[in-house]
Design a binder for this molecule. Structure first.
Ligand code: MIG
Length: 793
């Protein structure tokens, strides 16, 4: 249901400020009955809460943003004739006396964001409470990004969206809503970026000049007008701050960044053993293997099908011995069956959701009629976490949460009257719907962690709310094997990344339908650059193992999965930087070249981490494509051809290549190909160095790849600084941390030297130079991993 927010007659405004007060870093502006709280969270983050009736709700959110508070450098307030102004070191925030309209300016006087109608509301006649609105002026040339998994263009201006998580089988371009609920967007105009996080879990709406060209509005069907204004000025700063506010994830286990193979469903055990051993025979790397709903006994969570999987522990052990981690699906619906222990426990303890008048919430999903745990209740989450003991004991290494929008056959989701605890502040499903999936993933994460014997948990979820990234990775749900969906996949993962959710991926090849071999290869070529890299399909449309499309496709798929494994040290480092700083792992082009307006309309190209630029091939039967490179010098990964940025370039990319560019100056750490993470101890790590003039820093993070010793200093973070001029090239290394990697040597490949090297000294000692390709000036040197400085002349 869309609410026409222009029904002026019903709407009420904030009114005139009658008095105000300051309590520490919070300011309160009182109207006749209304109150506005302005809280300075940091020099660049301001929180606004508005209440029509003068009383605020409990200050609670599953996002955890309410706990975010940074040091404030400067805080001044003054009263002018028509407005109050609060000044921080970065922003001026004006609050107009007449109607509490907000205007936020940077220190140069640029209006970053400004209310039009500002805070207003309408009584919710049907459910009580208010529908709360905020309407702002659209700024000249303003563009918008963010909002989670929306399957649409990168820039979302002139569109309207809704957050109300939904099971959207075979969604298409512009379908809305989808599975996830991320009420956070980023705006940019005059090269200055800001974000708005509307931390409200009711059904929310966002309108970016769709209804009225010059107005940006957001509203919710209940709860409080409660939003955070986040200043950039850089797009990436906004993402970092939002991610920090809603919490950064932990490091995943390294294996979970490897390749995953899935299908609905692999069973029985014999098939699981066959497929996994095919991977090993054909030497296609793979770290994780998934069991979809058919592993269970009658789709009862936490059980095993007695005939299909008679000895799960033994099977998982054998898979483990071949380097496969087993990940199993767990849905929220608990089968109503008096002989099923989970059902009995849940029922006895009163842990299932109830309808308004008392009966249990009943709905049909895969197991038939089910009840559903109330994951918004702390005891229920604890109970749920405890249920994982058996699965973890059986050797399961990761858990996949599906159907947690929540999805219910026929009626789509829970009726609105279903009751939830909401951590001690009971409410209806209207308020809990958008957080239900995230609280399930949270309880699952707790369980996997609790019984994981000090290993890092791996969880993947379909639904979630802002901040879900602290518990889980995500996939984008039931997509389709089509070229259009390949483009959607690219957009969705970039969008999720800039919405705080870097650990994301799509069903490679498409869930519904069968891809052609060509589409499958092109999708793999994109998927290997997503943090979560999994092939999944609904088995009824044919097979989707890498070898299902003939030898040519198999070999190409293998080649690109191998590239993923070679790049793991770089990918792991990129993930580490995300965990440390909230920096997204995928960066849409405008985010890496905000000063260059040419990038604003490009949406296929993106950077993965600091030094790789990818632009997938999204069309059939082509052997290359045009793309835009941002400023600087770039190397084409496949042949070292050098390109100057700030222009369109043509990338040769027949089916055996994906357009992939490396930033000049970068050091790209690469591992030898392994069939799975930890297959053997490598003797060397490869460093691919791309020459540039001037200085450039690159990084490498390493640790044991699992466990928590890295939190006690057992990691290393290496900084490589390259420096090039006309006649010499140097690389220095600085190592922080106490981890000692198993390899001893770096095999350093230097690409693009602009002079013929005569000598190489490593920490003062002469070292042999191997000329690999004299035409391209590609040379190799082998050095000790502890080197300090390399000088090539
Ligand atoms: O109603 O578990 O998105 O990945 O394979 C379908 C079966 C339920 C939907 C998920 C999909 C999964 C499938 N599930």
């Amino acid at each position: 249901m869309n609410i026409n927010h222009d029904k002026q007659a019903l709407q009420q405004n904030a009114g005139v400020v009658e008095r105000w007060e300051k309590i520490e870093n919070r300011f309160y502006f009182y109207g006749q009955q209304t109150v506005l709280e302005v809280k300075i969270v940091s020099d660049g983050v301001i929180r606004f809460r508005f209440s029509a009736l003068g009383n605020f709700h409990r200050d609670f959110s599953y996002s955890h943003a309410q706990h975010y508070q940074q040091h404030i450098e400067q805080l001044e307030v003054s009263e002018e004739e028509e407005y109050f102004v609060i000044k921080t070191a970065k922003l001026d925030c004006e609050i107009q006396k007449e109607r509490m309209l907000i205007k936020i300016l940077d220190k140069k006087g640029l209006v970053i964001s400004e209310d039009e109608k500002g805070f207003h509301w309408e009584e919710h006649k049907k459910h009580g409470g208010e529908i709360v609105f905020n309407t702002r002026k659209g700024q000249a040339g303003e563009r918008f990004y963010g909002l989670g998994d929306k399957p649409t263009d990168t820039d979302i201006r002139e569109k309207r969206f809704e957050n109300w998580g939904k099971d959207t089988y075979a969604f298409g371009k512009d379908s809305d809503p989808l599975y996830k609920n991320i009420p956070f967007f980023i705006g940019m105009h005059h090269k200055v970026a800001y974000g708005i996080f509307f931390d409200n879990s009711f059904r929310t709406f966002f309108d970016f000049g769709f209804e009225r060209k010059n107005a940006t509005s957001f509203w919710a069907q209940g709860g409080e007008m409660n939003y955070y204004f986040i200043y950039g000025p850089e797009l990436l700063n906004v993402v970092q701050t939002y991610t920090e506010m809603t919490c950064k994830p932990e490091m995943p286990p390294l294996w979970a960044l490897g390749f995953h193979q899935c299908k609905w469903s692999y069973y029985p055990e014999k098939q699981v053993r066959e497929i996994t051993s095919e991977f090993r025979t054909r030497k296609i790397p793979c770290d994780a293997f998934y069991l979809d709903i058919d592993y269970m006994d009658g789709f009862r969570c936490f059980t095993w099908h007695p005939e299909h999987f008679p000895k799960p522990k033994k099977m998982i052990q054998d898979l483990e011995a071949q380097g496969f981690k087993t990940v199993v699906i767990i849905d929220p619906g608990i089968k109503i069956d008096p002989n099923y222990w989970v059902y009995k426990e849940g029922l006895e303890k009163g842990y299932f959701c109830k309808r308004m008048d008392g009966p249990l919430m009943k709905g049909a999903v895969w197991p038939g009629e089910c009840n559903f745990p109330d994951f918004t209740r702390p005891e229920v989450r604890e109970w749920w976490a405890g249920l994982f003991e058996g699965l973890m004991d059986t050797g399961v290494r990761g858990v996949w949460n599906d159907m947690n929008e929540p999805a219910v056959f026929e009626i789509e989701t829970f009726p609105n009257d279903v009751r939830h605890d909401y951590d001690g502040d009971p409410c209806s499903h209207r308020k809990a719907h958008n957080v239900y999936g995230m609280q399930m993933a949270r309880a699952t994460y707790e369980g996997v962690k609790k019984f994981g014997e000090n290993k890092r948990p791996f969880v993947i979820t379909r639904s979630g709310y802002s901040g879900l990234q602290k518990y889980s990775s995500v996939w984008t749900g039931d997509n389709v094997a089509s070229w259009e969906h390949l483009a959607i996949a690219n957009n969705q993962c970039q969008r999720l990344s800039v919405s705080g959710i870097s650990y994301c991926g799509t069903d490679i090849g498409g869930f519904i339908g069968s891809p052609s071999g060509e589409l499958f290869v092109r999708w793999i070529q994109l998927g290997i650059f997503h943090m979560f890299c999994r092939v999944h399909s609904s088995g009824d449309h044919g097979d989707q193992e890498p070898w299902s499309f003939g030898v040519e496709v198999e070999l190409l798929t293998k080649k690109f999965i191998e590239l993923r494994y070679k790049l793991l040290p770089y990918i792991y480092t990129t993930f580490y930087q995300h965990v440390q700083t909230g920096m997204p792992t995928l960066r849409p082009l405008p985010f890496v070249a905000q000063d260059d307006t040419e990038t604003y309309n490009r949406q296929d190209e993106f950077c993965m981490g600091e030094n790789l630029l990818v632009c997938p091939i999204l069309a059939e039967k082509v052997d290359g494509r045009w793309l835009y490179l941002p400023e600087g010098k770039w190397y084409y990964y496949w042949d070292d051809q050098e390109f100057d940025g700030k222009q369109e370039v043509w990338a040769e990319a027949a089916l055996d290549r994906v357009p992939l560019f490396v930033k000049a100056g970068a050091v790209i750490p690469m591992a030898p190909v392994m069939q799975y993470v930890g297959e053997f101890d490598p003797e060397a790590l490869f460093l691919h160095v791309y020459v540039n003039s001037g200085e450039y820093s690159s990084y490498l993070y390493e640790d044991k790849g699992d466990g928590y010793e890295y939190t006690e200093g057992v990691y290393c973070y290496k900084t490589f600084v390259t420096h090039g001029d006309k006649k010499s090239f140097t690389i220095t290394q600085n190592i922080e941390g106490s981890y000692n990697p198993v390899y001893n040597t770096y095999e350093i490949m230097i690409h693009g030297l602009n002079f013929t090297p005569k000598s190489c000294e490593v920490d003062g000692e002469k070292v042999h130079i191997d000329v690999i390709n004299p035409d391209k000036n590609l040379i190799r040197i082998d050095v000790d991993k502890g080197f300090g400085k390399i000088v090539i002349k």
